[in-house]
Design a protein. Structure first.
Length: 212
């Protein structure tokens, strides 16, 4: 598409992506796709906005692919094409609406300036709670905590998928996620029957959850 982009039209300046457990598809970008996108960003000079709240919720059997932000530093090319956004709400507390950004200083400085004029700052209470928890964990403790959280989501994925296999096989197609908390069902021909069986899936999933 970019190769045949009309010269009279301005090229895209950014691309937004959720590379792990994307909402709503549940897909995780492969290493090959990440390398291809990074190469395109360099060739056509656009920024990759890497929104990655589910990075630490990876529970796949294969080694976790590196983030775009990490990939950019590993192949000897100049850095500066990736702006990365992380969130603590999925790994510390759902109500902790707190995150952080990493990227080129000119972009991060512009974000900080806009934030200070739009809402002054993130909640001081949330920052204090996050600081206390992360200080208590330390690096090693934080890694152990996120591993525990990711396996918790894997177990919930397994329970839900077992119910799907029981009630939806042959009626609906889906791909098992390897990170995050979303499973995308392809639209079936018999939507009414699919919804009826999906209700059974949810009922069975909730019943199993009450026992664990």
């Amino acid at each position: 598409m970019l190769e045949s982009w009309p010269e009279a039209r301005p090229r895209p300046r950014v691309i937004y992506t959720v590379p792990y457990g994307c909402n709503p598809t549940g897909t995780t970008a492969s290493l090959e796709r990440r390398k291809e996108l990074l190469a395109l960003a360099r060739q056509y000079h656009f920024l990759i906005l890497e929104d990655d709240p589910y990075y630490y919720l990876y529970y796949g059997e294969q080694e976790r692919p590196p983030s775009y932000f990490k990939l950019e530093t590993e192949d000897g090319h100049p850095v500066g094409q990736v702006v990365r956004f992380d969130s603590l709400s999925k790994i510390l507390s759902a109500g902790l609406r707190l995150g952080f950004v990493s990227g080129p200083s000119r972009v991060v400085d512009a974000i900080a300036t806009h934030t200070s004029s739009a809402n002054l700052q993130t909640s001081s209470t949330s920052q204090a709670i996050a600081f206390a928890m992360l200080s208590h964990f330390g690096y090693e403790g934080f890694e152990k905590h996120t591993e525990y959280v990711s396996q918790y989501y894997r177990q919930k994925r397994d329970v839900f998928q077992a119910a799907m296999n029981k009630h939806l096989t042959g009626l609906v197609e889906w791909s098992a996620p390897v990170s995050g908390m979303f499973i995308c069902l392809l639209e079936p021909e018999d939507a009414d029957e699919a919804m009826r069986r999906l209700a059974l899936v949810i009922k069975e999933y909730n019943a199993e959850g009450e026992q664990t």
